[in-house]
Design a protein around this ligand. Sequence first.
Ligand SMILES: [Zn+2]
Length: 239
Amino acid sequence: MEKLDILVMAAHPDDAELSCSGTIAAQIAAGYKVGILDFTQGEMGTRGTPAIRLQEAQKSAEILGLNMRENLGFRDVFFQDDEEHQKAIARVIRKYKPEMVLANAISDRHPDHGKGGALASKACFVSGLRMLETELEGKNQEPWRPKVIYHYIQNNHINPDIVLDITAFWEKKMASIKAFKSQFHDPDSKEPESFISAPGFLDFIEARAKEYGHKIGVKYGEGFTVERVPGVKNLFDLV
Ligand SMILES: [Zn+2]
């Protein structure tokens, strides 16, 4: 199985694109292997169907150049942060052995986001426990704990601990978001309007990226919060 450098976890297909696809594109351009693990198919969303959203997720994966994208098929809105769900995620962590995990926001408007962020953190921890047994294709898996988890920021403003300059990847980020055609504003759509399909929603995404970019003196940025103090080997690695 191909080892990943970064595994992005997302409660819904399109969470990763809206919040951190500029970062994903930047890290892939720098030579890292990146995958996305979607927890649910977003079947409770107002627009689109699970089948359409899976197709859209694959299209976005191609645009970003992901090494893998999988969907755990958890229940949208009603998935639990419990042993069964932590183990299902641990199985994927042990399969791809990522060094870094990017996870949902620590809290947000949609309760799945904070819940998904906490579930991702716990799954990373339990995945490193030798006594937790998991199997893949009939074989016992080795424990694996990612070195670091960063939480991306979603709808609600959270003051970021780290901002990554995504200016060079802005167009790619927007292309990856627009791959989810059923979800965002389309003047020809006959589906009901939703929170994210309102015409101003993508303007908000741009405004947010400009705000975080402004904090570090670049045009566009994506922000993250940390679980432990970030360390660097060279102070000049910070911009
Ligand atoms: Zn979401």
